[in-house]
Every structure is written in structure tokens, then in C-alpha cells.
Design a protein around this ligand. Structure first.
Ligand code: COA
Length: 199
């Protein structure tokens, strides 16, 4: 229900509070693989932690903010994509992602992020989608590049992991660029777009 096909036997669906057990089980498979590369609040160790993540996103989604989507392959939750931040008022969103190791290398995240870009930039009419990754996260940067994002700069010493401060790359794609890449794209729906002047 409410799913988008992103490949053979692969679906993108909202990841919600009722998926708590599934997310906790998935994190048991993904935790150590994703820990160095994603925000610490996402890498929880318990069912309660998974519930807290889903509840946090549900609350944000209810006010047209952050959103979380799972990727299911052959019926199993293997990763996901999210709007880490989403602001119709400012016209800017930030997208993030993760996969368990066995699901890498199949184009799942690139396909899923493509769907988020189309929805945010073309349907909702936001102006800019950002992608922030640790500067040494080669696979993440490859996703941004594959989707036509531009590397706009590197923020030095902004990604803390323990006692180490890593650099952060900032990639972004503008609505005009996405529109050029998808000429048959829909016109933004005025009913779903908030004026950019209402910052
Ligand atoms: C970042 C991450 C999601 C990228 O995963 P990924 O599998 O490389 O990305 P995709 O799902 O888009 O798949 C792309 C890969 O599938 C291959 N592929 C196969 N079919 C494909 C298709 N139809 N379309 C695109 N790529 C395809 C690509 O060649 C690429 O593999 P390669 O890098 O070995 O050439 C994953 O490495 C991860 O979860 N890392 C840890 C968490 C993390 O870093 N999150 C991001 C924080 S900023």
C-alpha cells in the first residue's frame, strides 16, 4: 500500500511508527556499516530507540517537515531515504540515505533519491535539494554525482565522530537543473507549494 516501485522486487514506502520492530531488526544488520557515516541519533541500539526515531519523523512530517521512507527488497526492509530537513517556506530541503551492506550496489538509493528529488523540486516546487556527506564517504558522494548534483564546497572540521572532526561535502541540485533533466516533468502544484517569500 502507498508504495513506489524502484526496481525489480524493490519498493519505496513511508517508514512509520508501526514499523518499529522491522526497523530495529534492520538496524541490527546495518548498524556498524552505517555508524561512521550518518548522524548518531539515527544509529540506535534498541527497539525503544527505533521507536523514538520513527516518532520524531512522524511528528516532523505532520508539520510538513522531515520525512522518512523505507526501501523494501523482496519484502525485507533493507534501508531508506529521508528528507533530513524540508522547508517549503525557504524552498530548501536536505536528503539523506542508508542501506544495509547486502543491498548496496543495485542502484536502489539512487532510484529512491530520484523520486524524492522529483517530488520536492518538481511537485512541491522547492528550489534546492542539498546532500551533505563526510568528505571521505565515496559511495555517498557517488550517489550525489550520479543524480547530477554539484559539489558546492567542503566545510572543514564540521563532522564530529568521537574526538575526530571530519570535513563535510555539500552537494546540491536546483529545481531548474532537475527540470532540465526531466523535460516531461510536472508543473509545481500551487496548492502544495508555499511562497518562498514567507521565510
Ligand atoms: C551511501 C550508500 C547508501 C550508497 O549505496 P550504493 O549501493 O552505492 O548506492 P545505490 O543504491 O544508488 O547503488 C549504486 C551502485 O549500484 C550500481 N548499480 C547497479 N544498477 C544500477 C542502476 N540501475 N542505477 C544506478 N546504479 C546501479 C552502481 O554501479 C553503483 O555501484 P558501484 O558504486 O559499485 O559502481 C551506502 O553506501 C550506505 O548505506 N553507506 C553507509 C551509510 C551512508 O553513508 N549514508 C549516507 C550518509 S550521507
Amino acid at each position: 500500500m502507498f508504495s513506489l516501485s524502484i526496481g525489480p522486487d524493490a519498493e519505496l514506502r513511508p517508514l512509520e511508527v508501526w514499523h518499529t520492530e522491522e526497523l530495529a531488526d534492520h538496524l541490527d544488520r546495518a548498524r556498524e556499516h552505517i555508524r561512521p557515516w550518518v548522524g548518531p541519533s539515527f544509529v540506535t541500539d534498541t527497539v525503544e530507540g527505533a521507536a523514538a526515531t520513527l516518532s520524531r519523523y512522524a511528528t516532523a512530517t505532520a508539520t510538513d517537515g522531515a520525512r522518512l521512507y523505507g526501501i523494501w527488497c523482496e519484502g525485507r526492509l533493507v534501508g531508506g531515504v529521508m528528507f533530513v530537513a524540508f522547508s517549503a517556506a525557504s524552498g530548501v530541503c536536505e536528503i539523506g540515505c542508508w542501506l544495509e551492506p547486502g543491498a548496496e550496489g543495485r542502484g536502489l538509493v539512487s532510484a529512491a533519491v530520484g523520486r524524492l528529488l522529483d517530488w520536492a523540486l518538481l511537485e512541491r516546487g522547492l528550489n534546492r535539494a542539498e546532500w551533505r556527506c563526510r568528505a571521505d564517504n565515496v559511495r555517498s558522494a557517488a550517489v550525489a554525482q550520479r543524480l547530477g548534483m554539484t559539489l558546492e564546497g567542503t566545510l572543514r572540521g564540521t563532522w564530529r565522530r568521537g574526538d575526530t572532526f571530519h570535513d563535510t561535502q555539500v552537494w546540491a541540485l536546483l529545481q531548474s537543473e532537475r527540470r532540465q533533466a526531466s523535460p516531461s516533468s510536472v508543473t509545481p502544484n500551487p496548492a502544495t507549494t508555499t511562497r518562498t517569500s514567507s521565510r
